[in-house]
Design a protein around this ligand. Sequence first.
Ligand SMILES: Cc1ncc(COP(=O)(O)O)c(C=O)c1O
Length: 453
Amino acid sequence: MSNYDISRRRFLGRSVVAAASLGFASALPANASEWAEYSSDFSFAHLNDLPEGTLLPDDEHSWRRIAANYSVTRKITNLENGYWGIMATPVLQEYRRLTDFVNRENTLFARIEAGGMYQGVRDVIAKFLGVAADEIALTRGATEGLQALIGGYTKLSPGDTVLYADIDYAEMKTAMRWLEIRRGVKAEKLSFPEPTPTEPLTEADILAFYERSFDAHPKTKLLLLTHLNNLTGLIIPVAKIAKIAKQRGIDVILDAAHSVGQVDFAVKDLGCDFVGMNLHKWIGAPIGCGLIYIRKERIADIDTYMGKSGGSTDITARIDTGTSNFAAHMTIPAAIAFHSKIGSDAKEARLRYLRGLWVAPARKLRGITVLTPDEKTMVAGLTSFRLDGTTSTKGNDDLVKLLREKFGILTVRRSGLEMGDCIRVTPAIYNSPQDPLKLASALEKIARGHVSS
Ligand SMILES: Cc1ncc(COP(=O)(O)O)c(C=O)c1O
């Protein structure tokens, strides 16, 4: 009997009742291969009578049942779920159970069994993402992972160009600029095209924009892309851009922090060899769960992290998170199981449906510009708008305050776009249709001048 068997029995003795009442797998996996089975062991009492097949986005009965799995503050109507995604209650319970376990078993677990756990959790994530386990490494979030990819990319020489855009995430833009110091390259910031009230952005516009940018910067070797944009909500045609880039010998580092779990896609289909992702946004894992993906054949093109030892095929040598939150990582299979019970496709469609409930009326209002198109391929739940002419940080902060204090709706101001600041609106699957409708009504009053900040 291994040490772990003993600790597991002790653990089981105290936790099995609570775990069973939640419908969870009552035992912790004992080794890596058991972890792979672990996800399929979960059953969620409150999700058991959902209809067969893909849930319809407006099946309110079913979505109410799903929403009942989330414990949400009643202080405000929260339409700011882009920061991170709260755990569903059963996932939270599992996280508590695992936190108790790690806290009690301490280094007996960490020194002896955590390696097997890590491998097993990786297997579960890899299966979910459709990649190989040795193509992913866990991180504490997308920032850490993407910065390791950007900083570790070895194929740059002095004089090369790297491209990023104003719409990319602030910390990744900083990292791309830092390559000027680190690798002696020229970092060029592109001004991504914005839609106007009369001319929405099309996929062709985006592809033409990148073609033009590559023409204008013929020495480009590396491009940063954001799959689902955190400032506007725009989903860009990553696979098509990456294909054009590849033809020109340009590698892409993809920021998929917001797309995993919000959008139904397969990582491999995007054609990007280096991807950073979050699991604590739309998969609903505990805060502190992200990962990097590197296509197997390209692992050697990212330096080992700060000289860490590790071979050319060891992705875990490309990042170093130090002592990590074991319990958070161990909860990932539960979060994936909960997410999968609903389905990425159903979740994406529901979020887009909720988004449509405020966007459709907002589009008809004079003085408001919605910054994302309505095409299914170009948007999911997250969408931003701007009061025409209100581009300052203060103006947008005032509007966020007005929405919060006068209407009881939480949104967030976003900065970074060349064209100015905007307001981001992000429903989650626990939101009811009344929530975006409440925003629509508030925006109508604001646009008609019936209320001002
Ligand atoms: C597009 C994008 N990239 C990266 C990140 C960073 O994620 P984290 O803060 O979890 O590391 C975020 C977070 O909001 C994001 O929206």
